[in-house]
Design a protein around this ligand. Sequence first.
Ligand SMILES: [Cu+2]
Length: 107
Amino acid sequence: MRSIALHAALWWLLLLAGATFAPAGEAASVVIADLEFKPSTVTVRVGDTVTWINRDFVEHTATSRNGVFDVATPKTRPAHWRAQKVGDFSYYCRLHPNMTGVIRVTR
Ligand SMILES: [Cu+2]
């Protein structure tokens, strides 16, 4: 019986973790660590959501060079952007401009 209760508790923890890091429609996650976007390039489809998870010790942004998005990526919670048109979107961090990445959006 005790192991069943333990399994149930672990299952709930997994569900909660999944709810935190995989909202509906999420297609790609970028982890920010050591002043880098990892992976630096992700590919999603139009309508998909990109999530940035900041595991660094400072705040960052994900800012596209063409002005399409400017997302603050606080340490406290994941940040999201929903891709709405096809293209390669180069982005950087406004606070640390040598942090760069690309979101590739396909149909
Ligand atoms: Cu930064």
